[in-house]
Design a protein around this ligand. Structure first.
Ligand code: NAD
Ligand code: ZN
Length: 347
């Protein structure tokens, strides 16, 4: 009889997910079987769990499907033709599987591949004992990196990619939206030499995470005018904004808060179209960067450098660690915004 494993599966179109015993997958050509040791919960997982319109359209046709994509694990088995990793390697995964043949891929811009498919979205994910992943998507971790930290490298990569849109050395930086990725980016901006960091976030729990990651000024944008506050404190605006909320007001504020000639790196995804004062953006000569995913593998190499040098410590953002079976409590914390990153350990 085929071996089985535990997996958190989206079994039906609607809120919730089930912990089930399912067949253990086998690695195909070019794939590795990874035994999961830790996996963290992303906002995308929450969307799939709650079943919003995006999840209905994207995941609906694929269920039953295992959730999750942020992982740390150990290579247990390799398929034919795998030479990127060996059995026993402790790995994390780049979750975007790219085609290598479209024009952006051929230009080396793998992060904007025209045919990207995503772990836990377009194929079975890692909220399970095992996952199969294209071996070329695996990143071998430094031996001294804890599993909980390694499980969060994928979202940390979003923060690093955003923070590295331009140099932040000697810059005053505003981070809007202190979800887990915003909180990571406060630490990343500091590690990259930002001199003064402003964090804007309405939720007090999450504002305090920005403080723990080294932000100099914590601002509640519901209590004060963010732009007035920034102008009062800086005189002429911040040099850079890392926009990590996707909230329309925060994006509009970003344009007002940045100094002429500065830049905005936009990772936050607005739920809908946003009205922006483009004249202001143009006449201030602002460079506006859309940021997606991580640069493969440049972002991962930079992340490794920041973590192994000791310049960046993300553990204050990893606020909750629980067992895989407790995923419903993890989802509840995410829904309530009473957490940074929630990590599920798998044993
Ligand atoms: P999150 O939803 O946990 O955090 C967003 C935070 O923004 C919340 O804490 C919320 O309270 C705060 N916020 C809401 N309105 C605000 C306002 N007006 N001003 C300041 N803050 C406000 O999200 P996350 O997991 O940390 O991810 C950050 C963003 O990046 C999300 O929008 C997510 O969808 C997006 N994302 C984009 C990519 C990409 O490739 N572009 C990848 C991952 C995540
Ligand atoms: Zn491609």
């Amino acid at each position: 009889m085929a071996e089985t494993m535990r997996a958190i599966v989206k079994t039906r179109p609607g809120p919730g997910a089930e912990l089930l015993e399912v067949p253990r997958p086998e690695p195909g050509e070019g794939e590795a079987l990874v035994r999961i040791t830790a996996t963290s919960i992303c906002g995308t997982d929450l969307h799939i769990y709650e079943w919003n319109a995006w999840a209905e359209g994207r995941i609906g046709p694929r269920i039953p499907q295992t959730m999750g994509h942020e992982l740390c694990g150990v290579v247990e088995e390799i398929g034919r033709g795998v030479d990127q990793v060996s059995v026993g390697d402790r790995v994390s995964a780049e979750t975007h599987i790219v085609c290598h043949t479209c024009l952006p891929c051929q230009r080396g811009q793998l992060e904007v591949c025209l045919n990207t498919s995503i772990l836990g979205v377009d194929r079975d994910g890692c909220f399970a004992d095992y996952i199969t992943v294209p071996a070329e998507n695996l990143w071998v971790n430094s031996p001294d990196l804890p599993d909980t930290v390694a499980s969060a490298l994928e979202p940390l990569g979003n923060a690093v990619h955003t923070a590295m849109a331009e140099s932040l050395e000697g810059r005053r930086v505003l981070v809007t939206g202190i979800g887990p990725i915003g909180a990571f980016s406060v630490g990343v901006a500091k590690a990259l030499g930002a001199t003064e960091i402003f964090a804007s976030e309405p939720n007090p729990y999450r504002r305090s995470l920005a403080g723990a990651m080294g932000a100099d000024h914590l601002i509640d944008p519901m209590a004060v005018s963010l732009t007035d506050m920034i102008m009062e404190m800086t005189g002429d605006g911040v040099d850079a904004v890392l926009e990590m909320s996707g909230h329309p007001t925060a994006i509009q504020d970003a344009i007002s808060c940045v100094i002429p000639g500065g830049h905005i790196a936009q990772l936050g995804l607005p739920p809908d179209n946003v009205t922006l004062d483009l004249n202001k953006l143009i006449f201030k000569g602002i460079r506006f960067y859309g940021i997606v995913g991580r640069r493969i593998w440049e972002t991962w190499e930079e992340m490794d450098r920041l973590l192994s040098s000791g310049d960046l410590d993300i553990t204050p953002v990893l606020t909750h660690t629980m067992e895989l079976e407790e995923f419903e409590e993890g989802m509840r914390l995410m829904e309530a915004g009473e957490c940074g990153k929630v990590v599920l350990t798998v044993s």
